[in-house]
Design a protein around this ligand. Structure first.
Ligand code: HEM
Length: 469
């Protein structure tokens, strides 16, 4: 039976957070555990150790309730059963949980808006990241990957996550802005890369008190200045495109032509916020997922060779749609996203009214946080969950509540199809052209990088041109 536990991160009396309808199972232990590991600070920098320990200690709980000082109470959903209850509730039963990111990305982005406006934005954007559009992007992504690989010095160690970031940044700029922004590309790329690599980025986004502009050398001051640069470049590009031909088959062209139900076009500021959010969401996550895929594939020669065999069977075809259909390559990408989810949680959902969850009544104002990391490690669903085994995705299909690297329902990642497609095209291109050796051997640790987790040190590798097929 599902159980809920209440805990108190501040180490106060557990009675202070007792909620009618919740069992206080092991609340003292939970309190101690959280005091140790999941204070707000270590929740940002070392959450994986805390989640592993939580899982070991509360293996049979579907949901865990806790309270962080200064934040609304939160229920962590850690099994497919709990996630299903939330994902099958009617769309927009829940509010957006956070203004997290709004201070940096703007208040009109996907993450900050809700209800009909959010629905309308999704309907506008989604088609551009699916179907026939993917075919067009495939050749662009493969060409950009080769361009980036040509800059990697053969035989010299380098962190391949930085290379993956280069590929995802350039690809996304091309997909969003097309070819017309050519002369602004280099500036946009370098300002965006500086934002994504700002030390303490996550801490600045999560901790409001750090959002103080104490000059260009302070983390927040630096971020604001970089954001201003990107904003100016994007506004200039939007203005130019308004004057010229708008529909060039890229996302900006589509957004420029779009109107809402009242026939109104998006303002320049709304367009800029949309592009900023897409750039931010797309690059961080996809670059991290690529770095993890390269790690897992090169950690085991058997997996790498099976993948190379599957690619060789294509007989040299570079058709991205054929590559995207390869079953073992697809299984490798899925297993990577299962075992190393780049975001540990989906976007928390805020209850608007009392919500029944696995036998408990959750009161309004509570955040329901689907924990992707723990659901993907549930041994009731995945045998030997700590083992990387792509075959599990060939042997069976997992439901949307068991396998959720892209979250779900009305907030599911709008770039999910593009991200998977991009992972496959980049992996196929890199594997076909390069022999890669991991510098750290088989071992790596997840390390925070902005809003995501990447292999430690950015995954140092040595790459050499492949001499035979
Ligand atoms: C491997 C790469 C990626 C992963 C693992 C990933 C994961 C996620 C997750 C977990 C969410 C939250 C969903 C929820 O709470 O239900 C999300 C939301 C989002 N993602 Fe991604 N993402 C990836 C790539 C991308 C790309 C390439 C784009 C853009 C083209 C993108 C754009 C977005 C947007 C706009 C949202 C907010 C959706 C909304 O609020 O309606 N993501 N993503």
């Amino acid at each position: 039976m599902a159980k809920a536990s209440s805990g108190n991160l501040a180490g106060q009396s557990t009675a202070a957070v007792r909620t009618p309808g919740y069992a206080e199972i092991e609340s003292l232990k939970l309190s101690a555990l959280f005091n140790l590991h999941l204070s707000l600070f270590s929740g940002v920098f070392r959450p994986i150790a805390a989640l592993d320990q939580t899982h070991a200690e509360f293996a049979d709980a579907d949901q865990l309730r806790y309270a962080l000082p200064g934040l609304p109470p939160m229920v962590m959903l850690k099994t497919a059963r709990a996630v299903k209850a939330v994902f099958t509730a009617p769309a927009y039963s829940f509010g957006t949980a956070s203004e997290v990111g709004a201070s940096l990305l703007g208040t009109e982005t996907f993450f900050a808006i809700d209800g009909p406006k959010h629905h309308q934005h999704r309907r506008l954007i989604l088609p551009h990241f699916h179907g026939k559009h993917l075919h067009d992007y495939g050749a662009v992504i493969a060409a950009i990957t080769r361009e980036a690989m040509a800059e990697w010095t053969p035989g010299r160690p380098f962190p391949i996550h930085a290379g993956c970031q280069e590929i995802t940044l350039r690809s996304m700029l091309r997909i969003l802005l097309g070819y017309s922004a050519q002369d602004r590309f280099a500036q946009l790329e370098s300002s965006f890369r500086a934002i994504l690599n700002t030390p303490l980025l996550a801490a600045c986004i999560f901790f409001k008190p750090l959002q103080v502009d104490a000059g260009p050398w302070s983390p927040w001051g630096k971020l604001l200045r970089l954001k201003h640069q990107v904003s100016q470049l994007l506004l200039a590009e939007i203005e130019d495109r308004r004057q010229r031909d708008q529909s060039q088959g890229d996302v900006l062209g589509l957004l420029l032509a779009a109107t809402d139900e009242q026939g109104q076009r998006l303002t320049a500021e709304e367009l800029r916020d949309e592009l900023m959010a897409l750039m931010f969401a797309a690059n961080e996550a996809t670059a991290a997922a690529l770095a993890w895929s390269l790690y897992w594939v090169h950690r085991d020669a058997g997996i790498r060779d099976r993948l190379l065999g599957e690619l060789a069977a294509l007989g040299g075809s570079e058709d991205p749609m054929e590559i995207a259909k390869l079953p073992y390559l697809s299984a490798v990408c899925n297993e990577t996203l299962r075992i190393s989810p780049v975001t540990l949680f989906a976007i928390p959902r805020a209850t608007r009214e009392t919500f029944p969850l696995a036998g408990y009544d959750i009161e309004p104002g509570v955040l329901l946080a689907p924990c992707i990391y723990l659901v993907h490690r549930d041994p009731a669903v995945y045998s030997d969950p700590q083992v990387y085994r792509p075959e599990r995705f060939l042997d069976r299909q997992y439901s949307a509540y068991e396998f959720l690297p892209f979250g779900g329902t009305n907030r599911r990642c709008v770039g999910a199809a593009l991200a998977l497609f991009e992972m496959k095209v980049v992996l196929a291109t890199v594997l076909r052209d390069l022999e890669i050796s991991l510098m750290g051997g088989e071992r790596t640790q997840p390390q925070r990088h902005g809003m995501t987790f990447i292999p430690s040190g950015g995954l140092p590798v040595i790459a050499r041109m492949r001499t035979s097929g």
